[in-house]
Design a protein around this ligand. Structure first.
Ligand SMILES: [Zn+2]
Length: 131
């Protein structure tokens, strides 16, 4: 179990909110939006609820973590990864739009697999610390 907080839309209470934790850390004013209703506003307007969780209990939080992980991978190593995946035959030469879709799916799979292993390893580490 770990401490975390999840964020909700101030208008409809949905957890389908999108926001960047990195943009507005200092000011809390980065933009946030709700995927369930049309609400748009600042990060610090979102309702925040602290909770205890295990890694199967909050899909919305996991999804957000995965999105950030995928974006970090894409930003930091996207070009090199694309080259590697092409060299190893995961993406064959073709129409640029097809290659883009294929690469995007592979990146998503990479983030999903990495997230699974990250959570398993964190669980192992936390169990070691308790003993
Ligand atoms: Zn909403």
């Amino acid at each position: 179990m770990a401490d975390a907080s999840t964020k909700f839309c101030p208008k409809c209470s949905s957890s389908l909110v999108s926001f960047s934790v990195l943009d507005g850390t200092m000011t809390g004013t980065s933009s946030a939006s709700c995927g369930a209703c049309s609400w748009k506003g600042a990060l610090n307007e979102l309702l925040s609820v602290p909770f205890q969780h295990d890694f199967t209990s909050d899909e919305a939080m996991l999804h957000q973590l995965k999105v950030e992980l995928r974006n970090t991978i894409a930003k930091g190593a996207g070009t090199d990864l694309a080259k590697l995946l092409m060299r190893w035959g995961f993406v064959s030469q073709g129409k640029p739009e097809d290659m883009k879709v294929r690469l995007s799916r592979l990146l998503e799979a990479l983030a999903t697999g990495a997230l699974r292993e990250l959570l398993l390893e964190r669980e192992k580490i936390e169990k070691e610390v308790v003993r």
